[in-house]
Design a protein around this ligand. Structure first.
Ligand SMILES: Cc1ncc(COP(=O)(O)O)c(C=O)c1O
Length: 406
């Protein structure tokens, strides 16, 4: 088959990624294979900590640590002072949402595929502050229904909380259209971009979100235990961190303190410096790529995988999302969920793993409003990245067919 992306530097990207020699890695929505520069940067700093001391190594790397904020800001279109580096996407999101000054009766609009931990937090905030959680239904493509969203915004809402690319299934929600509606109704907009950063180009100005949270290890290909929070100026004014430390605030006099002005107010003093530098290396790696081309490739590989899987007898793909072009800024990406009639998904995942093919599984207990409402059993989640290949897709589909004889 002729190469559909002749200009895409797939050979060099794979040369940069030692893990591709060992496994077919279709667990990029779990944690991607990092490029060697991320590994070298992270280990290099740990080595310096061992050689000269942890505080001293951080001082030595001061300029590089500062530049991580510049890289992140350049990658998503914000300013460095609007970025906090936080240990994962969940805590980044929590710092903003738990810090939001909710009042009894505030309405928070969210969608069916909202991430499980966000839902748990909203349920706790409902109990704690008496907020109301309003579930916006799916449209005919399984995306957030923009008509219902507008109706509920018009009825009055404090916050919209949207997961851009949900945990399970191909869906990319139309984040930009949601942002335009939030702007029209002057509503605070929180975007969980944990699975979209690195998978689709992100520009916070274009999307119009007040808060964006993400993780390092997924489509960005950074180290585990890293992530960040972006906060707009309005978010910085409105949100006080739910807890403070000596990095977030100054103890000014015996009985007073002052919270710092920038987004670092949401960080901890103690952090994983090696991980932070590795995260910076991952962002720089992504900045050096043509993100539009990388994203188009991920989307194309996702579609190819969906198409080829449908040829396996008894296999059903369960992804939501509009076919390309039909969903505004939404659509379908590189995450593919399926099951095979008569076969247990966890056992199939294990059998694939025994053949050095990495996937994961998703169940309704973590997605009551989505997988649960659709009465779906546990599904296999195979998530491709731009560095995967058509040959890997062929091998994957052949393995699934072989392991699930009809
Ligand atoms: C949509 C979404 N949001 C948030 C998270 C949580 O990310 P982290 O594990 O970095 O906290 C995940 C993780 O799977 C996710 O899929």
């Amino acid at each position: 088959m002729p190469n559909p992306d002749p200009a895409f530097p797939i050979e060099s990207l794979r040369r940069d990624t030692p893990g591709v020699e060992n496994v077919i890695h279709f667990n990029n929505a779990g944690s991607s294979l990092p490029p060697q520069i991320v590994v070298d940067t992270t280990i290099g700093h740990l080595q310096r900590e061992a050689e000269i001391g942890g505080y001293e190594a951080a001082n030595e790397a001061g300029a590089r640590l500062d530049s991580v904020y510049d890289s992140i800001a350049a990658f998503i279109g914000g300013r460095p002072d609007q970025v906090a580096v936080i240990e994962n996407a969940t805590r980044a999101w929590d710092m903003a949402v738990y810090g939001y000054p909710f009042k009894v009766g505030d309405r928070v609009l969210t969608a069916r595929a909202e991430y499980v931990s966000n839902m748990l937090a909203l349920l706790q905030l409902q109990q704690r502050h008496g907020i109301e959680i309003v579930l916006i239904d799916d449209d005919e493509h399984g995306q957030i229904d923009l008509t219902m969203l507008e109706r509920e915004l018009a009825a009055g809402a404090t916050m919209v909380s949207l997961t851009h690319v949900p945990t399970s299934g191909g869906l990319i929600n139309p984040a930009t259209e949601v942002g335009a509606l939030c702007a029209a109704y002057d509503t605070f907009y929180v975007l969980d971009a944990c699975q979209s950063v690195g998978q689709v180009p992100i520009d916070v100005g274009e999307i119009g979100c007040d808060v964006l949270s993400t993780t390092g290890r997924k489509y960005l290909r950074g180290p585990r235990g890293t992530g960040w929070l972006y906060t707009s100026d309005r978010a910085l004014e409105r949100i006080e961190p739910p807890f403070l430390d000596l990095h977030a605030a100054d103890w000014v006099t015996e009985r007073t303190y002052e919270i710092r002005a920038d987004a670092k107010r949401f960080e901890n003093w103690e952090t994983n410096f090696a991980g932070k530098l590795g995260l910076g290396a991952a962002v720089d790696y992504a900045l050096a790529l043509d993100m539009d081309a990388a994203s188009a490739r991920t989307v194309r590989l996702g579609e190819l995988l969906r198409e080829q899987l449908q040829t396996v007898p008894g296999l059903r793909v369960h992804d939501k999302g509009a076919p390309s072009g039909a969903g505004g800024s939404g659509g379908r990406g590189g995450i593919v969920t399926f099951d095979v009639s008569g076969f247990d998904s966890d056992a199939l995942k294990q059998a694939l793993s025994d053949r050095s093919i990495n996937t994961t599984s998703s169940g309704a207990a973590r997605a009551h409003f989505d997988l649960g409402a659709r009465n779906l059993p546990t599904l296999i989640r195979a998530s491709v990245h731009y560095y995967n290949t058509e040959d890997e897709i062929d091998a994957f589909v052949a393995a699934v067919a072989d392991l699930t004889p009809s």
